[in-house]
Each structure stands twice: as C-alpha cells, then as structure tokens.
Design a protein around this ligand. Structure first.
Ligand SMILES: [Fe+2]
Length: 315
C-alpha cells in the first residue's frame, strides 16, 4: 500500500506530545465497508468486544455494558445505525491483524517523519457507534490516536494540566483502574475546551491524559482508536500509579507529580513492584452486562433481569 499518512509540519511536531491533526487513507484499504464490518463483527469472540449504551445529554451520566445476543453482523450494523449504541472491537493482534497492519504503517510513517519519536505498546480498537451516540467525559491512561473513517463526530478536549478539571486523585484512580470511565464533569468547562469536528479521513492525537468527551454528529461512526505509550507517558504512568497506591494504602498525600528526576524513577520502580504484588487488584472495576440487543426490534435493547446478569470477562 502507498503512503497512509499526510501531515503538516506542525502536526508532526506535536504528535506524541500535544494536539496533532492529520490525514490518513485507511478507507482505501476496503476494510471499512458495511460488508467487511459485518463479517468482522461476526468473527469477534465475546472476550474481545464491548457493547455499550449511554444516557442522553443532560441526564445523570450512566454507561451500560451489554451483549450482541447472537445477532448477525449486518443486523448489528443496522442496530448501530438506528439505536444509541457503541461497539468496541478490541485486540486486533489476536482477531484481525489486517487492521493492525494499517495502524502500524501509520505509526511507522509518523516516526519516520519525526526523528526521535518513539511510540510503543500500541493497542487498537475498532469503534462503531450510532449517529446519536456519545462518549462521556473521561481520561485515558495512555496517549490516544483516533483514526476516523466514517460519519462525523465532535470531540471536546480539556486541558490535562488543569487540576480542577482533573484532580491528581482522580487521575490516580483512572490509572489504578478503580473508577468507571466517567469522572467529574461540569458543563461550564466547555467554555475553555477545544472542540474538533472529525470528518472521514482525519486523525487526531492529543495531550497525555487530557480529559475529553465525544458527540457523534451524523452517520454511522466508524473509527480506529489506538492507545500508545512514549517514554514520557510510561514515566507519568509510574509516578501516578505509585502516588495512587501511597495515598490509598499508606494514607500519604503525595506532594510531587514530577515526571523528571530520580524521584520519578523510584516511583516507577515502586509502581512495578506494587503491580506485581497485586496490591490494588481488588479495587479494579468489574464490567457487568445489563442489556442485550433485541433480535425482534433491531436498534432497541432489552434489559437483562438482575438474577441473570454476569460479569463480562475481558482478556
Ligand atoms: Fe478516550
């Protein structure tokens, strides 16, 4: 395949640190047609997909997980087009390496364009979501690059350094995986946010841990979202992990979130040791299926009765 990425000098410069907006041509691979996506959905094992629905704007934020319920791929796409649902297909490395190849080529082109850029631990997910779906205000652990392929969506981005929007304790909770995706949000913050409309063929990456939320605007939305680390992201992860454990298990109030220097290295080593002991394992969140797609009314969902709800095993 010819070149995948086309980026301005400024976007190349900011990739892997700040806000970077560039073009990609994933769609020309032919892997994103209805037919290909339906086929892909049908071959996804339960442990590698997540199906979600979310409350409407203005309602109490709630994010629910559900089951495809053995519905055929084309019907699932129909449900995604007609409903308010969000499907995430994870682990390309296991299920669909042909999609992973596109992402790897895009990253290697960005690394060629920006000497010194080093990215690793790429983990990609296909996101297929309804025209009216949204993703609530949240922060991700690694850097994220969103390759948008079909439909239009609006991404609201907030400053990662603003500690009233993202207090240290909250970011620690995200990194320790103890909170649900949602974190505290106030509409008034939108005044200071940057809003970016994503059209097909656009890719976007942003500041590490910057809180964001997404409103789909129109059309069935199809994107690939890729998590990635840089050496800086890895160190910040270690610092917040260690601070989080110190606060929760040893009653300390961590003073420094500095990612440079010896203290940060010590914290990264401590974080690795804490992770090995599994000290925080019991506070990691669990996902429970509370709905399934309705096979008789495509686009609608049916509640799973309380006694039949199960924990979703994700590998
Ligand atoms: Fe995100």
């Amino acid at each position: 395949m010819s070149k995948i990425v086309e980026a301005s000098t400024e976007s190349i410069e900011n990739f892997g640190s700040g806000l970077s907006h560039f073009n990609h041509n994933f769609a020309s691979s032919g892997l994103f047609t209805d037919e290909k996506l339906a086929e892909l959905i049908e071959r996804y094992p339960r442990e590698y997909y997540m199906l979600n629905t979310m409350t409407a704007q203005g309602d109490k934020p709630e994010w629910r997980s559900g089951e495809i319920n053995n519905i055929s791929g084309d019907k699932v796409l129909q449900a995604l087009t007609d409903g308010r649902i969000w499907l995430a297909l994870r682990r390309f490395d296991v299920v669909c390496p042909e999609y992973d190849d596109l992402v790897h080529q895009a990253f290697s082109e960005m690394e060629d364009l920006k000497p010194g850029l080093k990215t690793f631990n790429h983990k990609s997910t296909m996101l297929i979501s309804s025209p009216g779906a949204r993703v609530l205000y949240h922060a991700d652990i690694p850097y994220v690059c969103l390759f948008h392929v079909r439909g239009r969506k609006k991404l609201w981005l907030y400053d990662a350094e603003n500690k009233s929007h993202l207090p240290d304790k909250t970011l620690e909770g995200v990194i320790l995986r103890e909170t649900e995706e949602e974190i505290g949000y106030d509409e008034a913050w939108d005044k200071e946010a940057s809003a970016v409309v994503l059209e097909p063929g656009k890719a976007l990456s942003w500041q590490l841990n910057a809180p964001h939320r997404v409103d789909n605007l129109d059309g069935l939305n199809v994107s690939i979202t890729t998590d990635y680390f840089t050496p800086y992201a890895q160190k910040k992860y270690g610092v917040y992990y260690a601070n989080g454990v110190a606060r929760r298990k040893f009653g300390m109030t961590p003073k420094s979130t500095n990612v440079d220097g010896l203290g940060a290295y010590a914290k990264c080593a401590a974080a690795l040791a804490f992770k090995k002991t599994g000290i925080m394992k019991s506070s990691e969140r669990e996902m429970i299926s509370t709905f399934r797609l309705d096979p008789n009314d495509i686009g609608k969902i049916v509640d799973i009765p309380n006694q039949e709800r199960t924990v979703i095993e994700q590998l």
